[in-house]
Design a protein around this ligand. Structure first.
Ligand code: NAD
Ligand code: UGA
Length: 307
């Protein structure tokens, strides 16, 4: 089972599992955070397989016990993502889709304890005291979104310990590549660069991210099912500032871009940088894609989207 199957990372994961010859039950309720049409496109390739089935259902209300019948592992990626929009009234959506929905899934798993992988986030760390961050560092989120991702991670650990679930939480660090969500930096930057519009940089652009290419994140996710329980950093090893990433984009599109500076947004982390030796040792995983290669693939997808 893949929850959040119609989303950016979930749809790639479904394809990966189908390519291995497995059967996949995708679950998604097509939240209105971004266009349904975009999510349908994400799913097109998986839907072409007769080993793929989609349940259009909300984890908060669905009969999950029934759905888990015949399932031998769960990848839980469904969530309300996005750091900057999690303040104010919208927090209710974050609490519902990230915390309450996860608790419903965990309750259903009590009765059918199959291995679980939960998609956590680098946003749980907040303003780290030391870099790179290690899994044992004290998480202190800077955004309400990060608080909900951490709460669900704790719930996952709690149910795992109480009911003997084999559960792994992966703290993904800013994932990018084809199908990246429309609210995220690289999809916005590449779309603007191709349209000849200014790129909007939040703050001075000197904030840095340990950008992770989606195929690398998916590979780690696949390896995590049934792996030694606990929390793992999944960072791409291609740390760059926003300004540096814009220089790579200029190189790839073959021309300079205009940058418009906007005020920094509350909740954005100044820097992220993952220490990934745990994932290397226990999952046998390492990121393989350079920022240049990954952005070239992202650009090709952004071009196709405009065609
Ligand atoms: P996405 O929004 O593209 O995909 C999430 C999907 O979950 C959506 O299709 C949405 O419709 C679905 N969904 C939301 N609430 C649901 C519910 N209650 N029931 C059923 N379906 C529901 O997001 P993404 O970028 O692919 O992120 C996937 C996961 O990875 C999320 O848990 C996110 O918090 C986490 N994550 C993402 C990144 C990143 O850089 N993209 C980084 C760290 C963590
Ligand atoms: C991303 C995802 O959106 C979160 O869902 C996820 O949990 C998080 O990664 C994570 O790693 O945990 P973020 O790092 O904010 O969050 O990803 P981007 O939207 O790609 O932003 C990267 C940087 O670019 C941020 O510093 C942001 O301020 C900046 N940015 C973003 C801009 O300068 N301009 C924009 O138009 C968008």
């Amino acid at each position: 089972m893949v929850t959040g199957a119609a989303g950016f990372i979930g749809s790639h994961l479904c394809e990966r599992l189908l390519a291995e010859g497995g059967r996949v039950l995708g679950v998604d309720c097509f939240t209105d955070y971004y266009d349904r049409e975009r999510k349908e496109r994400n799913l097109a390739s998986a839907r072409a397989s007769d080993r793929f089935e989609l349940a259009e259902a909300d984890l908060g209300t669905a009969d999950l016990r029934g759905m888990l019948d015949g399932v031998d592992g769960v990848f839980h990626l469904a969530a309300q993502p996005g750091v900057r929009g999690s303040w104010g009234e919208r927090f209710e959506v974050y609490a519902r889709n990230n915390i309450l929905a996860t608790q419903c899934l965990l309750e259903a798993l009590r009765e059918r304890p199959v291995p679980l992988v939960y998609a956590s986030s680098s946003s749980v760390y907040g303003a780290a005291e030391r870099l790179p961050v290690r899994e044992e560092d004290l998480p202190r989120p800077l955004s309400p979104y990060g608080v909900t991702k951490l709460a669900a991670e704790h719930l996952t650990g709690l149910y795992a310990a109480a009911y003997g679930l084999a559960a792994v939480s992966l703290r993904y660090f800013t994932v990018y590549g084809p199908r990246q969500r429309p609210d995220m930096a690289f999809t916005r930057f590449l779309g603007a660069a191709l349209a000849g519009l200014p790129l909007e940089v939040l703050g001075d652009g000197e904030q840095s991210r340990d950008f992770t290419f989606v195929a690398d994140a998916v590979e780690a996710t696949r390896r995590a099912l049934g792996a030694p329980p606990g929390v793992y950093n999944i960072g791409g090893g291609t740390r760059a500032t926003v300004n540096e990433s814009i220089r790579v984009i200029e190189e790839l599109v073959g021309h300079g871009v205009e940058v418009r500076r906007r005020e920094a947004v509350r909740g954005d982390m100044p820097h992220t940088w993952a220490e990934t030796s745990r994932a290397r040792e226990r999952l046998g995983w390492e990121p393989r894609t350079t920022l240049h290669e990954g952005l070239a693939a992202h650009l090709a997808w952004a071009r196709a989207l405009r065609a």
